[in-house]
Design a protein around this ligand. Structure first.
Ligand code: 0A1
Ligand code: ZN
Length: 865
C-alpha cells in the first residue's frame, strides 16, 4: 500500500437523499492480525447475511488494499473482482456465507494516520470515519453493526501490550519470542469503532463501581515515564462515569475501559468501544508542563469520549450525514459536565467565544453547511465547528425550551428506542418531542439551514402610557446552495430592568421567536428599561440592537446573569473598536470605567473577571466589519489595550504583586487567580512601560507551573526585549525533550504580535524540531499563524503563501490535516481587493497541484466559490 495511490482525487459527491439500507448485514466478524511495523497481515472472516430481497453482489470497500486470498465458507473462491479500490464478491443466490479475505498492510508507511499506523514504535488504529477500509475490505458504513473477535500475534519484545475492544478472553505465548491475545467485544458496533493497539506501554490502573454495583477496571496506557502525568485524566474519567449516571442515567456496559495516548494523532481523541485512543495532548498533564487550560482540555475531552459510549456507540449514526447526532449531543453533554465540575458562567463564556471564533466565520463563508449536511465529497472535511459546536447549541436550545426534567425524559426515550441501532437526527428530535411533550416542527429548520440567524431588536415606547414593546425580527442569510431561508424557532431568554423602581423588575422569560417578526409587550416603565437579551446565549444568533448610551455599561455592572454582564462589556469594547477602526475619534474612558468596575469584583470570582475584561479578539472585531482591515484592527486594539493598561496600571500591578496560588492547586479560585494574573500582565505590558519586560521575566522565572510560565512567555514573545530572547532560550532548553511543551514554544512565537512573525514562522519551519509528520506540531506553528489575523493577512501575502506551501507539502503525507489548513484562505470575500486576489491565487495554486487528495480538492475548490 502506498499512501499516494490510496486517495484518488475523483470529486464524487455523496448526497444525503441517496441513502439506501445495506444489502448485506455482517452479524459477526473475526479478525486475525499478524503484527509487524512494516508488514501486518490481516485475515478477516466476515459472516454475511443478505438483507436485500434479491441476489446482490457483496461490495466490500477498500482503500489502497490488495486481496491476497478470498475464500467463501472455507473454500477458495474465484467469483470476485476489484472495482476501483473495492472488492466485489459474487455470492450467487446465497443468503448467508462466511467470506474470508487476506490482506497485507504497511503501518510504517501510513503517514495519513488513518487505518493501522505506527507511532513511536507502537501500532495503533484510527477508523472513524472511513479508515477501517484501509485495514481490511469491509462495507465500512456505520449502519452495518457486528460483534468482533480479534486475535493478534506479534513479537513480545516490540509489542508487550496487545489491546483491542471489549474484553481479553485468552492469551498465550508462541514460538520465536512471539505472543498473542484474543479479544472479544460483546456489543455489536460499526467498523469505525474498531480499535487495536500493540506496543510497549505502561498503565495507570484504577476502578469504578457503577450505579448497579458492577466493578469496572480502568486503564490509561502511556509510554514509560508518562504515567505520572495521567492522574488528572483518570480523575476526569471517574467523574464522567459518575456524572453520566446521575444526569443521564447511563451506566458503563463492559468490565474494562481502556484509554491509550499516542503522540501522532489527527484529532483530539477517538471513542472506540472500550478502547479510547487519545492524542497525548488530552491525557498528559502535570503542573510543570500543562496550563490550567490544558487541564480543562483533558477533563473535557476525556468526558466527551466517555460520553460517546452512549451517544455514539450504543446508539450510533445511520450514515455520516447524521454526524451531529452523536457529536452535537456529545459536545453538549461534555460542556454541561465541565460546567458542573467548574464555573458554569466561565464555561459558557469559553464555549461562546469558541463558537464565535470558529463556527460563525464558517457559517458566513464558502464552506457553510447545515449541522446535518446535504452532501459531501470527503467526510473528513465535515468534522467541523458547525457539526460539533453549532450542533451542541441546537441541542442546548431544546434543553432550554423544555427544561432539564423534560429533556431527560426525551433522552431516556431516545436511548430506549434506539439502543443498538444506527439512528438519525430526526430520530433524536422525535424522541425529544415525544418524551418531553413539545412540538419541534419549526425548530427542525436548525438542522436544514446553514448560516447564523440575525435577530434585530428595537424597543418601542409610548411615552404617555409608559408602555414598552420589544420588536424582534429574524433573518437567516443566504449560504452556498441555500439562497432562500425561512424563519426558524429562536428561543431568547430576556429580562428587562426597571431603573425607576416602582413597577418592579420583571422575572426573566423565554421568548420563542417563531416567525419573521414579532412584538413582545414588556409592560409599563417610566423610563426605557435596561433590556438584557439572549441571556446565557440562549440562541446561537447575532443580535443587532441599537442601545441607548450607557445601557451597556449599566448592564456590564448590574445584570444578574454573569454571561450577560460579560456580553455587555464585550459589546462595549467591540463598539469602541469598530468605531476606532472606521476612523472615528473614540473615547476610551467608557470602556476603562467599565473594566475598572468589573475588576472590583475580582476577589469574589477572579475567573469570571478575567474573562470579562479580556478584549475581543482581532478576528471577532473583523467579523463586525464589511471589509476587514487587519492592520487598523491590530493598531486600534493595541491602542485600547494600552489605554486600559495605563489607566488601570495600579490595579494590574496590585494583582501581579499578590503571591500566585501554587500551581498544583487546581481549585476554581486558584485557576481564576492565575488567569487574571495573565490578563493583568498582558494589559501592563501593552503600556510599553520600560520595566514591563523585567516584570514578565520575573514571573517567567519564578513560576512554579506552566500557566504562569506560558503567560509570561507569550507576553514577552510580543515584544522586542533581551528578556524575550533569554526566556525563549531557557524554555527551549528546559523542555526540548517534551513534545507537548515544545509545541507551546512554537505556538507562542507564531502568536506573536511582532511585525516579523511571518518571517519567524517560515524560519521555525526549518527548525530541527519542526516536522510535518506530527499533526500537533503542524498546528502549533501554522495553526497558530492562521489564528494571528494581522500576521496571516500581512499585506504582501507572505502569510497566504506560507499556508499554501504547507498545504502542498503536507497533502501527500497527511491530506486530512492539510485540508484543515485551507478554510482561513477561503475567507477572501471579507477582505480588500488586493488581499482577495492573493488569497484566491493561492487557492488556485493549490488546486493546480497534480495528484491532490480528495480532502484538499474539496476544500480548496469550494473555497473559491
Ligand atoms: N469522533 C471523534 C473525532 C474524530 C474524528 C475523526 C478522527 O479521525 C482522524 C479522529 C477523531 C470525537 O468526536 O472525539
Ligand atoms: Zn465526538
Amino acid at each position: 500500500m502506498t499512501d499516494a495511490s490510496s486517495t484518488p482525487a475523483i470529486p464524487v459527491t455523496i448526497h444525503r437523499g441517496d441513502y439506501r439500507p445495506p444489502e448485506w448485514q455482517l452479524p459477526d466478524i473475526a479478525l486475525d492480525f499478524a503484527l509487524g511495523i512494516d508488514e501486518t497481515r490481516v485475515t478477516a472472516a466476515l459472516s454475511v447475511v443478505r438483507s436485500a430481497d434479491a441476489p446482490a453482489p457483496l461490495t466490500l470497500r477498500g482503500d489502497g488494499l490488495t486481496a491476497l486470498a478470498v475464500r467463501v465458507d472455507g473454500e477458495g473462491w474465484n467469483d470476485w473482482r476489484m472495482e476501483g479500490p473495492d472488492l466485489v464478491v459474487d455470492l450467487g443466490d446465497r443468503t448467508a456465507a462466511v467470506v474470508e479475505v487476506e490482506t497485507a498492510i504497511n503501518p510504517a508507511a501510513n503517514t495519513q494516520l488513518m487505518g493501522l499506523y505506527a507511532s513511536n514504535g507502537m501500532l495503533c488504529t484510527q477508523c472513524e470515519a472511513e479508515g477501517f477500509r484501509r485495514i481490511t475490505f469491509h462495507p465500512d458504513r456505520p449502519d452495518v453493526l457486528s460483534r468482533y473477535k480479534v486475535r493478534m500475534e506479534g513479537d513480545k519484545a516490540l509489542f508487550p501490550i496487545l489491546l483491542s475492544n471489549g474484553n481479553c478472553i485468552e492469551k498465550g505465548e508462541s514460538e520465536g519470542g512471539r505472543h498473542w491475545a484474543l479479544w472479544e467485544d460483546p456489543w455489536p458496533k460499526p467498523s469505525y469503532l474498531f480499535a487495536l493497539v500493540a506496543g510497549d506501554l505502561v498503565v495507570n490502573r484504577d476502578e469504578f463501581v457503577t450505579l448497579s454495583g458492577r466493578k469496572v477496571e480502568l486503564g490509561i496506557w502511556v509510554r514509560e515515564g508518562d504515567v505520572e502525568r495521567t492522574s488528572h485524566a483518570m480523575q476526569a474519567l471517574k467523574n464522567s462515569m459518575k456524572w453520566d449516571e446521575q444526569v443521564y442515567g447511563r451506566e458503563y456496559d463492559l468490565d474494562l475501559f481502556n484509554i491509550v495516548a499516542v503522540s501522532d494523532f489527527n484529532m483530539g481523541a477517538m471513542e472506540n468501544k472500550g478502547l479510547n485512543i487519545f492524542n497525548t495532548r488530552y491525557i498528559l498533564a502535570d503542573p510543570d508542563t500543562a496550563t490550567d487550560l490544558d487541564y480543562d482540555g483533558v477533563e473535557g475531552v476525556v468526558a466527551h469520549e466517555y460520553f460517546h459510549n452512549w451517544s455514539g456507540n450504543r446508539v450510533t449514526c445511520r450514515d455520516w450525514f447524521q454526524l451531529s447526532l452523536k457529536e452535537g449531543f456529545t459536545v453538549f453533554r461534555d460542556q454541561s459536565f465541565s460546567a458542573d465540575m467548574g464555573s458554569p458562567a466561565v464555561k459558557r463564556i469559553e464555549d461562546v467565544r469558541l463558537l464565535r471564533a470558529a463556527q460563525f466565520p464558517e457559517d458566513a463563508g464558502p464552506l457553510a453547511h447545515p449541522i446535518r449536511p446535504d452532501s459531501y465529497q470527503e467526510i473528513s472535511n465535515f468534522y467541523t465547528a458547525t457539526v460539533y459546536n453549532k450542533g451542541a447549541e441546537v441541542i442546548r436550545m431544546m434543553h432550554a425550551m423544555v427544561g432539564a426534567e423534560r429533556f431527560r425524559k426525551g433522552t431516556d426515550l431516545y436511548f430506549e428506542r434506539h439502543d443498538g441501532e444506527a439512528a438519525t437526527c430526526e430520530d433524536f428530535v422525535r424522541a425529544i418531542e415525544d418524551g418531553a411533550g413539545v412540538d419541534l416542527t419549526l425548530f427542525r429548520r436548525w438542522y436544514e439551514q446553514a448560516g447564523t440567524p440575525r435577530v434585530t431588536a428595537r424597543i418601542e415606547s409610548d411615552e404617555d402610557t409608559g408602555e414598552r414593546v420589544l420588536h424582534l425580527a429574524q433573518a437567516v442569510p443566504a449560504t452556498p446552495g441555500q439562497p432562500d431561508k425561512a424563519p426558524t424557532l429562536i428561543p431568547l431568554r430576556i429580562k428587562a430592568f426597571d431603573l425607576d423602581g416602582g413597577h418592579g423588575i420583571e422575572e426573566e422569560r423565554l421568548v420563542l421567536l417563531d416567525r419573521g417578526e414579532m412584538a413582545v409587550p414588556l409592560g409599563h416603565y417610566r423610563s426605557r428599561p435596561m433590556l438584557s437579551l439572549n441571556r446565557g446565549f440562549s440562541a446561537p444568533v447575532i443580535v443587532d440592537f441599537a442601545r441607548a448610551g450607557g445601557e451597556l455599561a449599566w448592564l456590564a455592572a448590574h445584570d444578574d446573569d454573569p454571561f450577560a454582564r460579560y456580553e455587555a462589556l464585550q459589546q462595549l469594547m467591540l463598539d469602541t473598536l469598530v468605531a476606532a477602526v472606521s476612523g472615528e475619534t473614540v473615547d476610551h474612558s467608557v470602556v476603562i470605567d467599565a473594566v475598572a468596575q468589573t475588576l472590583g469584583g475580582r476577589a469574589a470570582d477572579p475567573a469570571f473577571v478575567a474573562e470579562a475584561v479580556l478584549l475581543p479578539s482581532e478576528a471577532f472585531v473583523g467579523d463586525q466589519m464589511v471589509v476587514v482591515d487587519p492592520d487598523a484592527i491590530r493598531r486600534e486594539r493595541l491602542a485600547l489595550q494600552a489605554a486600559i493598561g495605563g489607566a488601570l496600571e495600579a490595579e494590574w500591578r496590585a494583582i501581579l504583586a499578590e503571591t500566585p496560588p501554587p500551581a498544583a492547586i487546581l481549585s476554581r479560585k486558584a485557576k481564576g487567580g492565575r488567569r487574571l494574573r495573565g490578563v493583568a500582565l498582558a494589559y501592563l505590558a501593552a503600556t510599553g512601560l520600560p520595566d514591563t519586560p523585567a516584570v514578565a521575566f520575573g514571573i517567567f522565572s519564578d513560576a512554579d507551573g506552566m500557566t504562569e510560565r506560558q503567560a509570561a512567555l507569550a507576553t514577552l514573545a510580543h515584544g522586542d526585549s533581551d528578556e524575550r530572547v533569554a526566556a525563549l532560550d531557557i524554555f527551549y532548553q528546559r523542555y526540548r525533550d517534551n513534545p507537548l511543551v515544545l509545541d507551546k514554544w512554537f505556538q507562542v512565537q507564531a502568536w506573536s504580535l511582532r511585525p516579523d512573525t511571518v518571517d519567524a514562522v517560515r524560519e521555525l519551519a526549518g527548525h530541527p524540531d519542526f516536522t510535518l509528520a506530527n499533526p500537533n506540531r503542524v498546528r502549533s506553528l501554522y495553526g497558530a499563524l492562521t489564528g494571528n489575523q494581522a500576521a496571516f493577512h500581512q499585506a504582501d501575502g507572505a502569510g497566504y503563501r506560507l499556508i499554501a506551501d504547507l498545504v502542498i507539502a503536507l497533502d501527500p503525507k497527511n491530506p486530512q490535516t492539510a485540508a484543515r489548513m485551507i478554510p482561513p484562505l477561503g475567507r477572501w470575500k471579507r477582505f480588500d481587493e488586493a488581499r482577495q486576489t492573493m488569497m484566491k491565487a493561492e487557492l488556485q495554486r493549490i488546486l493546480a497541484q497534480p495528484g491532490l487528495s480528495r480532502d484538499v480538492t474539496e476544500q480548496a475548490s469550494k473555497s473559491l466559490l
